[in-house]
Design a protein around this ligand. Sequence first.
Ligand code: GLP
Length: 243
Amino acid sequence: MKIKVFENYDELSRFAAEVVKETINSIENPVLGLATGSSPVGMYEHLVRMHKNNEVDFSNIISINLDEYVGLDGSHDQSYRYFMDHHLFDHVNIDKSKTFVPNGLAADLEAECVAYDQRIRDLGYTDLQVLGIGPNGHIGFNEPDEKLTTRTHVADLLDSTVDANARFFESRDDVPKQALSMGLEAIMGARKIILIASGQNKAQAIKALEDEYITTQVPATLLKVHPDVLVLVDKEAASLLNR
Ligand code: GLP
């Protein structure tokens, strides 16, 4: 795992977009694992700009997203499907039928999870997985716990995560308390991973990535055993690092 510190969020976002661009331009049919949340918004903005400048072509891409809230329709402005359409898919030449986000409205959520994992395996896992990180160290919605789940699953959100995400909703009560999330197998199956963190509230979680231990209580620490992980942080998120 390498940690790279940037002067500001825009530089970080530009670099992240370059990594995505290189992946897209160097692989015939790239499979991208994509993330939502505020962290990758700048990266998507740069990718849209690059696309408009003819630097990157999305026509051969297959994308598969990390997670989705249970109970939100894709037209709900806080659903992760809506986020992806709004921040990327509607602005580039991607074939939307090849963009996958878990269906949080599936009648049988368990079957949806099994099918999602099967799809990831059939695709041969991702060439690049983009991740954010929760203030508590969660990735996707793999929350700190004694045990983590390998497969795509229905995750109960911790109160701290509901609090952290409440800023996007009209009230805390509107935040779904469950989500569908890729498990550790799909995330770790990526050939390359970039994790984006910005802001002081991520500093504690990023500090845990600098030390040598892994713990399910900070799920992102498991990424340390993956051979190709690049952690991209701004100065605020890096503020507790020793280096
Ligand atoms: C959310 C998402 C994660 C995201 C994280 C950080 O709960 N499930 O995929 O990385 O929290 O979000 P943000 O980037 O908005 O801080």
